[in-house]
Design a protein around this ligand. Structure first.
Ligand code: DOR
Ligand code: ZN
Length: 354
């Protein structure tokens, strides 16, 4: 009997699902592994109002495969002109969070915030209504080195945001640096961070191993090994404020294998297996359940999922390519062997069926 581990059904607290044919192609992968996911709003045009978020939610639910049990948790794209009154509407509609993209920081972020002063009124309303602020924490100045943009964002913006809105839940999304992990660890109970599988498994050498490898390019970009080690330590710590967010970000292979390739790693297909690989590598598989299934729900004040996922130690090869509308999608590490595989999943607790 292979080695096995059974955990509570996990959630993905940071996911890009896209829309239309792309949505239909990727959604089954997340629904197979996760009970819920926080869905990013960086569509074109952005999901900037509650009305748009509810319409997008409907499209996601309609695209679910028959019998799937998966709940999309919606977010709004914060712009310079988001009305503060939208925060109350968001709360009433069950929209969980707003997403701050500094304008120009990443894919579809041109409608993002140009100056935090302009959104002070919305952040105050979010604080009052219990709407969380999800942050893409990178400055956009071209004169700041791309590897330093997260650390500079924390100093220039996050420290001040935290101070100005002490009651606001803030999540530093896809934290990638030792500085970021340290800041969050020390920032108190209203501040948390998501961590991707790729930032736990790889350092920046992966981008250049044997040649330039566009499928390892994402933003924030992979960092040095010392940062990967700090993230691994944070993910396996007992702080409760570092939890799973894949930042799985599908782009057609032709747009990544390109003279100006898009940022984003596609990991939803094999997310839990990638995290298991990382946690096993750190000798900390016993911490996987808290990170993947417990701490995120607790931070957001949501119930823990019923049901379980069982992983077993059985080598399998990640496919090189997946269908993606008219194009193809290359999952991160296609062709490589992973040592953990999903063996079984239940959506209800054992014994809860009549
Ligand atoms: O690499 C990334 N891809 N980082 C982001 O912040 C956005 C994402 C995307 O939407 O493709
Ligand atoms: Zn993202």
């Amino acid at each position: 009997m292979p080695e096995q581990i059974t955990i509570t059904r996990p959630d993905d607290w940071h996911l890009h699902l896209r829309d239309g044919a792309a949505l239909a192609a990727v959604l089954p992968h997340s629904a197979r592994q996760f009970a819920r996911a926080i869905v990013m709003p960086n569509l074109r045009p952005p999901v900037a109002s509650v009305e748009q978020a509810l319409a997008y939610r409907r499209r996601i639910v309609d695209a679910l495969p028959a019998g799937a049990s998966f709940e999309p948790l919606m977010t709004l794209y914060l712009t310079d002109t988001t009305p503060p009154a939208e925060m109350k509407r968001a709360r009433d509609a069950g929209v969980l969070a707003i997403k701050l993209y500094p304008a120009g920081a990443t894919t579809n972020s041109d409608a993002g915030v140009t100056d935090l002063k302009r959104v002070a009124g919305v952040l105050e309303a979010a604080e009052r209504e219990g709407i969380a602020l999800l942050v893409h924490g990178e400055v956009t100045d071209l004169d700041v080195d791309v590897f330093d943009r997260e650390a500079v964002f924390i100093d220039r913006h996050l420290v001040g945001l935290r101070r100005s809105f002490p009651g606001l839940k803030i999540v530093l999304e896809h934290v990638t640096t030792r500085e970021g992990a340290q800041y969050v660890a020390e920032a108190g109970e209203k501040t948390a961070a998501t961590i991707t599988a790729h930032h736990l498994l790889y350092n920046r050498n992966a981008l250049f191993q044997g040649g330039i490898r566009p499928h390892w390019y994402c933003l924030p970009i992979l960092k040095r090994e010392l940062h990967r080690l700090a993230l691994m330590k944070a993910a396996t710590s007992a702080s409760g404020r570092f939890f799973l967010g894949t930042d799985s970000a599908p782009h057609a292979a032709s747009l990544k294998e390109n003279a100006c390739g898009c940022a984003g790693c596609y990991t939803a297909f094999h997310a839990l297996e990638l995290y298991a690989e990382a946690f096993d590598g750190a000798g900390a598989l016993d911490r996987l359940e808290a990170f993947a299934s417990i701490d995120g729900a607790a931070f957001y004040g949501l119930p823990r999922n019923a049901g379980t996922v069982t992983l077993e130690k059985r080598p399998w090869t990640v496919p090189e390519s997946l269908a993606f509308g008219d194009g193809e999608l290359k999952p991160l590490g296609g062709g490589q062997t992973l040592s953990w595989a999903i063996a079984a999943a239940t959506v209800e607790e054992e014994g809860s069926r009549p």
